[in-house]
Unconditional design. Structure first.
Length: 79
């Protein structure tokens, strides 16, 4: 899927936050993205995979964290 096709689908589904991530990657404002692997970025698995591949091709490092890592990070901030 091309970048234009991905953006068209995201616009159709009104997923403006994801469009903004792609725009940030284009301008170099997004260098890495942390995701809980079990959740991903989007509900649609195919679109999720395509968006993540696009971001990686634009130089964004995808960092997968576990649910436990996320919970631990929140607890640390609460102290």
């Amino acid at each position: 899927m091309t970048k234009e096709e991905i953006l068209a689908i995201l616009e159709e589904k009104q997923l403006t936050d994801v469009i903004e991530l792609i725009q940030d990657a284009e301008t170099g404002d997004l260098e890495e993205l942390e995701l809980v692997e079990s959740l991903g970025l989007l509900w649609d698995e195919t679109l999720n995979r395509e968006v993540l591949q696009l971001l990686e091709s634009m130089g964004v490092s995808i960092i997968y964290v576990t649910d436990d890592d996320e919970e631990g990070g929140e607890d640390e901030g609460a102290d």
